[in-house]
Design a binder for this molecule. Sequence first.
Ligand SMILES: O=C(O)c1cc(=O)[nH]c(=O)n1[C@@H]1O[C@H](COP(=O)(O)O)[C@@H](O)[C@H]1O
Length: 270
Amino acid sequence: MTFLRSLLRRSHARNSLLCAGLDPEPAKLPHAVVSGSDAVFEFCRAIVDATADVVCAFKPQIAHFAALGAEDALRRLIAHIHTRHPGVPVILDAKRGDIGSTASHYASEAFDRYGADAATVNPYLGRDSVQPFLDRADRGVVILCRTSNPGSGEFQDLLVDGRPLYQHVAQRVAADWNGNGNCMLVVGATWPKELAQVRALVGTMPFLVPGIGAQGGDVEAVVRNGATPDGGGLVISSSRAILYAGSGRDFADAARAAAIEQRDAINRWR
Ligand SMILES: O=C(O)c1cc(=O)[nH]c(=O)n1[C@@H]1O[C@H](COP(=O)(O)O)[C@@H](O)[C@H]1O
């Protein structure tokens, strides 16, 4: 089954648009419970097992593992999700972008080494840099469009032929890059007006929407401005607000409670 089909199926089955981001930070781990050389894996596995039935996807962030030399923990974590929670797709947040010959190695890293179902990519280098990802028709390609960070407008809002650059990205992806029907766009929860503008440009293409929780994005505005007419089309991602909801022995229960709260807050506006 393709990534987008399994995402849709999972989202319907669990009535959830929530994605749990997996961004382990050593200083924030509950050391009384998880410690030792495999603490990152054990922490993330506990979060995954506590939230899998609440979410439509997981999104591990590669730098949070690579900076710690924990690439093998990432590989095992994705394998664990696939084995223990089949049907929950994994989006590897890697934000890759390079010339085509190198990009093919990045695609292989994401999809073959780590076994991810989808990966985030940066469109700045143009279509040939994303092509090795687009060619993997069964996998998802999640393309940065209007990112959640405060400085996102510095380049993404620059007017080109009278329209902001991020709108060109949205239109180009929808019209030209999505031949295999495997594209999504990243639009930050912190920019509801832009979310509505991108939705108006691309029809029902699904969006990955990070920026609720720790970054303060407004859930109601996200759903009102970003959802498709059937109340879907969104994968709303939250990392720190779920991962670090608790810091004691009950950290996994606290993460589950936070995820349920966020899922329900999203569903209230659908
Ligand atoms: O591609 C992403 O996932 C992403 C895009 C974006 O525009 N903003 C954004 O915050 N992210 C990622 O989403 C996660 C947000 O984490 P929290 O702010 O803790 O929920 C981080 O891993 C970011 O790298």
